[in-house]
Design a binder for this molecule. Structure first.
Ligand code: DX5
Ligand code: ZN
Length: 219
């Protein structure tokens, strides 16, 4: 079964507690938290104080996706705030190997995210050191965007790279995930589905999470 990570970016920020409870009581596996700095991406979301507040109520791991420049400056702050998985962007890290090692040394799982234009092959020298690869299936910055179809072939190529290298990295797909494309993404090799708009703008978010969780290769 896929790991389901609802993106809190699409939650009701004025009623975060009720959305956190909904995720706690649902079949979701992780909370996906999108941190944006207005520099790496053209949007600003939330940061460390909000993550700390969410951690107090969340009963599931926090999957923190950092869309910021120089993410290495904040590794310990995000750990202290409660991050369990910390994902940095390939495009934002000059010393990616060092940053990945620092994230793991701080006690978190280390993720690396790739923008839609970045080839998965760029991770070949580091794939065995990474716990998660986040394939961006939209250009990062906003929820509710349209899924980029080229994502399937990136996931397939990455799945082969992971098998050949005996890496244990999970493949996460982030952006534009819907009930319609979830099965195809799993078929291509995705382990983790992030979903913001699909979950939070549905009439019954918990049911939508169950439907995503129940997605199989043959769905
Ligand atoms: C986009 C974020 C995503 C976003 C996904 O920059 O990284 O996590 O919340 O939202 P949807 O599922 O609505 O495309
Ligand atoms: Zn994200």
């Amino acid at each position: 079964m896929p790991i389901i990570a609802p993106s809190i970016l699409s939650a009701d920020f004025a009623n975060l507690n009720s959305d956190i409870s909904m995720v706690n009581d649902s079949q979701a596996d992780w909370f996906h938290l999108d941190v944006m700095d207005g520099v790496f991406v053209p949007n600003i979301s939330f940061g460390i104080p909000v993550i700390k507040a969410i951690k107090k109520h969340a009963k599931k791991p926090l999957d923190v996706h950092m869309m910021i420049v120089q993410p290495e400056r904040y590794i310990h702050d995000f750990r202290a705030a409660g991050a369990d998985v910390l994902t940095v962007h390939y495009e934002a890290c000059i010393h990616l190997h060092r940053t990945v090692q620092d994230i793991k040394a701080a006690g978190m799982k280390a993720g690396v995210a790739l923008n839609p234009h970045t080839p998965v092959q760029f991770l070949s020298e580091i794939i065995r050191d990474i716990d998660l690869v986040c394939i961006m299936s939209v250009n990062p910055g906003f929820g509710g965007q349209t899924f980029i179809e080229n994502t399937y072939s990136k996931i397939e190529t990455l799945r082969k790279m992971i098998e050949v290298s005996a890496s244990k990295a999970l493949i996460e797909t982030d952006g534009g995930v819907t009930l319609e494309n979830a099965a195809s993404l799993i078929r291509a090799g995705a382990d983790v589905l992030v979903a913001g708009n699909t979950v939070f703008s549905s009439a019954n978010p918990a049911t939508t999470i169950s439907q995503l969780k129940g997605t199989t290769i043959s769905s």
